[in-house]
Design a protein around this ligand. Structure first.
Ligand code: MN
Length: 242
């Protein structure tokens, strides 16, 4: 299988994993930067992630336009992905979701911060982007490049940005890591919320977060193990390496 074919397969798996794990529902999406042409990215046509197949994957440019339009509908919020890839050359995978457990951290002054080892991948800091700051009253959706670029700018060099009253966007160096980061962000939000109800919370130190992220970048064993586990849970046996 060529690199691009493999990536299309992995993107379908990523869609199904995120749906199965409850990170996305009928809404939300995941994309990957094109491995040979960094000015393009792969994203499904407008379809619920759980139902995405290889035939649904389309290519887009960094202004959010579909390459070779075929009349199929695109996600309204594809500009999130376009602007993230445009402004962040090191990013190769992006997830946008509305995960319920994370929403409180976008509408209060309580910062989302890693509270356990596997959640260190969300990074030291999780900024909150408020569309109203620059654009006033909108329907809260990111529907053009101006919105997208403003969001991408507030991500800065972090791995996750909360979107006030809407959801979140995760952007990392690879498709596999963006999927696990999106999953563990939800778990961290749940654990942090529970812990805060119990009393004072001890967060990971910045040094612990940096050490965990740098170790994760050096090894592929853990990535393969979690990907295989998540793929099988999501019923993707037919799409795994054969
Ligand atoms: Mn959205």
């Amino acid at each position: 299988m060529s690199e691009i074919e493999q990536l299309r397969h992995d993107l379908v798996i990523a869609n199904r994993i995120l749906a199965h794990e409850g990170v996305v529902d009928g809404f939300g999406h995941v994309s990957a930067r094109h491995p040979e042409n960094p000015a393009r990215f792969l994203l499904s046509r407008s379809r619920s992630p759980e139902l995405v197949t290889i035939d649904d994957i389309r290519e887009f440019d960094l202004s959010g336009e579909m390459i070779d339009p075929d009349g199929s509908q695109s996600y309204l919020e594809r500009f999130i992905h376009a602007a993230i890839y445009e402004l962040h050359p090191e990013v190769n995978g992006c997830v946008h979701s509305h995960s319920e457990a994370l929403l409180p951290f976008g509408i209060t002054s309580v910062p989302l911060k890693p509270v356990f080892h596997n959640a260190s991948r969300i990074g030291r800091e999780v900024p909150v982007w408020d569309i109203a700051t620059k654009f006033g009253d909108t329907d809260l959706l990111v529907v053009n490049m101006d919105h997208g670029r403003d969001l991408a700018k507030s991500l800065a060099d972090n791995r996750l940005v909360l979107m006030r009253g809407h959801g979140l966007t995760v952007a990392t160096e690879a498709l596999h890591t963006v999927v696990t980061t999106a999953i563990y962000a939800v778990v961290n939000a749940r654990v942090q919320t529970t812990a805060m109800q119990m009393g004072d919370v001890k967060f990971l130190s910045e040094g612990e977060i940096d050490a965990a992220i740098s170790k994760a970048k050096k090894t592929t064993v853990g990535h393969k193990r979690i990907w295989e586990y998540l793929s099988r849970r999501a019923g993707c046996e037919d799409l795994l390496d054969s």
